[in-house]
Design a protein around this ligand. Sequence first.
Ligand code: NAP
Length: 484
Amino acid sequence: MVSRVIPVDTFDLVIFGGTGDLARRKILPGLFRRFIAGQMPGDSRVIGAARSDMGDDDYRQLVREAISEFGGQEKSDTANLDAFLGQLHYVQVDATGDGGWSDLSDLMRPDVVRAFYFSVAPSLFGALAERLHNHGIADRHSRIVVEKPLGRDLDGARALNQTLAEHFHEGQIYRIDHYLGKETVQNLMAVRFGNVLFEPLWNNHYVDHIQITVAETVGVGGRGAYYDKSGAMRDMVQNHLMQLVCLIAMEPPGQFEADAVRDEKLKVIRALQSVPAHHIVRGQYEATETEPSYREDADNPRSFTESFIAMRCEIANWRWAGVPFYLRTGKKMRARSSEIAVVFKDLGHSIFEGDVARHRNILSIRLQPNEGIDLQVTIKEPGPGGMRLVDVPLDLTFAEALGEDAEEVPDAYERLIMDVIRGNQTLFMRGDEVEAAWAWTDPIINAWEERSDVPKLYEPGSTGPEDSQMLLHREGRRWRDIKA
Ligand code: NAP
């Protein structure tokens, strides 16, 4: 298959926090891959901005090392790397002070796309927005990029939205949830809305339930103190899992366009029912002989913060009434594995003699580690021996068809940054979506805090507390395996 990479318009991308972890780990290696793919015009520039005192050459060296540490195969492409680094600049600037802003202003060019990635703590967003405005660096066509945490409750999210709205209109604000940038997540929309097969079945008449699992093997480790103020509900469910629920549950938008898609997602969030306490299981990982417990990692011996959560949600609308959405996410789980599974109902009656198995069609969308979509179908076991039925996965992934070009599939950050430059907000969260998600999350968290809810302990390397199995067992269902 021929690669169809279309270069974006020439841009100046300023990364505030261009020396930080997110920039070095994700943003800069991602930009380099887009450069190699031919998508970044040769006269575009990436400008790192932070308080550290360094020049362009120091910054290029920092980025060279970041790509060597965090890049994939592309890091051996030294010729391209030198050319890419040549497009990098650095400006010393303090978000909360006045130094450096006129240097940045001088560097910016007219008539190119201007984008500003706020890869700094959210407490600095307001100061950055104000200075970009006051120094005339951002105009009505400029874009800003922000990402989680977008508040830690509804009030915080509203305050953040208001702060950004003082200087930027909604069409300029790109709120990243990198789950939306994943190839498979977009393929899910193509499978749903590009085929006649699925849409008639996509409702409570044919779907038994939905499972969404995001399991990590790592603990909270070095970021324990930060994580302890957040927990799995705030860190994962309110944003990433919620976005996945939206894409599964939303009505078909009139067209694949930013506000049409986001209007439908918003309706899903608003239709989410409040979740009773007995439909939620919270967990904290224990210590092993060699590794610390969650509380030790968080350096908080009395922490009630959850490193695991499983919950049963319902969406109150005609399409989904009565269909459970089971969500589960945790640290130190058996395997690193993220998956959405749409489990269709049983046949009800089998015409095949002796066939007692419970055959089910399951559409499974794997987000990591191996992105892909497959549909479990029931077929005849090949060979003689009568009509024996087996369930097999039908691979709906394009990777094989793409052959050698498969490696060119951009990762989530690359794709989303290019969408920012293109001015396409379809895969970004709108402010009202974020607020609606917090409006659903807040009462759940407040209830835990009011009754000092203590998470159940679970063994590292397991599937979470035993009670999470019960959440499904008592309804005659079971979680899918967590496997890499
Ligand atoms: P980090 O490693 O602590 O980096 C922070 C960056 O901000 C540094 O470049 C720092 O450089 C700069 N900075 C700090 N204070 C500044 C100021 N007053 N003016 C200008 N620059 C300043 O943090 P990070 O992990 O990259 O995270 C950045 C943001 O992304 C945070 O909001 C985080 O929650 C979010 N995020 C990060 C990840 C991730 O994987 N790391 C994932 C999702 C979301 P100087 O000290 O030189 O100024």
